[in-house]
Ligand binder design. Structure first.
Ligand SMILES: Cc1ncc(COP(=O)(O)O)c(C=O)c1O
Length: 392
């Protein structure tokens, strides 16, 4: 074998010895509360399709109609071949949801975070980032070349000390997940907003896991805290509770015009496919029409979180529908996921680098589509697998 490939093989072997090798499972058929894995019906407990909208009839219909009307792809960057009507309609609806002057769509959440952060701050600037922020924020911070100060998770007192003590920057940005993707707790946004105002910083919240599901009407973390006008930059995804693909940033007209001109991951990449935009637009309508979906999600989450905790599992800081079952060691975490799968339920083993060393976990997520019987089934499966693996 050529040396260039043997180096990769060695690296893969090393990853495997650490219990960190990843191989996506093949899901046969659509995402739903139950899926087929290796020909066996399995309870799915790890999708971000929180409201079950990826398969909602009117969402799929909207995507099909857009496919017929606009074609399969957007053709180019919007700065090259223009904005399709459906992009504009989606952005207007997102700005309404977030109660901001404007919004801009991106190809994905990863691209949105890269685009906003690298546009806003660079060499002479400072970023204050929660230690548990999503990898796309971490990568954006690195790419920006700003000085990055990582504050302990949700620790606003430490952050205040860092803000008061740090040197002179041209601009400063505080950035946080709204709902933390692997821990399921909600950022202390009121306190962050107070600090941003006091120290004249931009404040950005990544609402990938909050848009459509947190706060009144699913408007997100800002709304959950009654801070609608108080957050400069609200990023969100179309790929999780909205069941589609893509992302957006909502904020002032000035911010959005700035991003159109400066966000490289908006400028130098093909626009969101029209069918994805149309699906997300219809998902926003469904979220307004069917609030009971959000209620079912939160009810299932409370039931499962409380059941797991009282059975002796460590569910960490979770206060939402993202429920970590913290195992610690990566190999033991994989063993627990496999035991759970044998019991008929699939929750992914999340290991470093997605979570810190020694904090491997199953990321358990119920959806609005799960029936109460599914939650009983999940708890029974966890109990049996947990006992067999010595976790409880
Ligand atoms: C908090 C957070 N931000 C951003 C992203 C990236 O979003 P996308 O999957 O649309 O690239 C994710 C998704 O995994 C996420 O959890």
């Amino acid at each position: 074998m050529a040396r260039k490939y043997s180096v990769l093989e060695q690296e893969l072997k090393y990853i495997d010895t650490q219990g960190l090798l990843r191989k996506p499972k093949l899901i046969e058929g659509p995402i739903g509360p139950r899926v087929s894995i290796d020909g066996r019906e399995t309870l799915l407990l790890c999708t971000n399709d929180y409201l079950g909208l990826a398969n909602h009839p009117s969402v799929k219909r909207a995507a099909k109609e857009a496919l017929e009307k606009y074609g399969a792809g957007a053709g180019a960057s919007r700065l090259v071949s223009g904005t399709l009507a459906v992009h504009g309609e989606l952005e207007a609806a997102l700005a309404r949801l977030k109660q901001t002057e404007a919004a801009i769509a991106f190809g994905s959440g990863y691209l949105a975070n890269i685009g906003v952060i690298t546009a806003l701050v660079s060499e002479r600037d400072g970023i204050y980032s929660d230690e548990l922020n999503h990898a796309s924020i971490v990568d954006a911070c690195r790419l920006s070349r700003a000085e990055v100060k990582v504050y302990p998770h949700a620790d606003t007192r430490s952050l205040e000390g860092m803000l008061a003590g740090s040197g002179v920057f041209r601009r400063r940005l505080i950035v946080t997940d709204g709902v933390f993707s692997m821990d399921g707790d909600i950022a202390p946004l009121s306190e962050l907003a107070r600090l941003a105002a006091e120290f004249d910083c931009h404040l950005m919240v990544d609402d990938a896991h909050a848009t459509g599901v947190v706060g009144p009407g699913g408007k997100g973390t800002a709304s959950h805290f009654g801070l609608e006008g108080g957050i400069d930059i609200q990023m969100g995804t179309l790929s999780k509770a909205l069941g589609s693909y893509g992302a957006f940033v909502a904020g002032s007209r000035e911010l959005i015009d700035f991003l159109v001109n400066r966000a490289r991951s908006f400028i130098f990449t093909t626009a969101l496919p029209p069918a994805s935009a149309a699906a997300a637009l219809e998902a926003l309508n469904v979220i307004e029409r069917e609030p009971e979906r959000r209620e079912r999600l939160w009810r299932n989450a409370s039931f499962l979180r409380e059941g797991l905790a009282s059975a002796g599992f460590d569910v960490g800081l979770s206060e939402t529908f993202v429920i970590p079952v913290i195992i610690g060691d990566a190999r033991e975490c994989v063993a627990m996921a496999e035991a759970l799968l044998r019991e008929g339920a699939f929750a992914q083993a999340i290991r470093p680098p997605s979570v810190p060393e020694g904090a491997s976990r199953l990321r358990v997520v119920p959806t609005a589509e799960h029936e109460p019987g599914d939650m009983d089934f999940a708890l029974d499966a966890f109990l049996r697998a947990g006992k067999r693996c010595g976790v409880i």
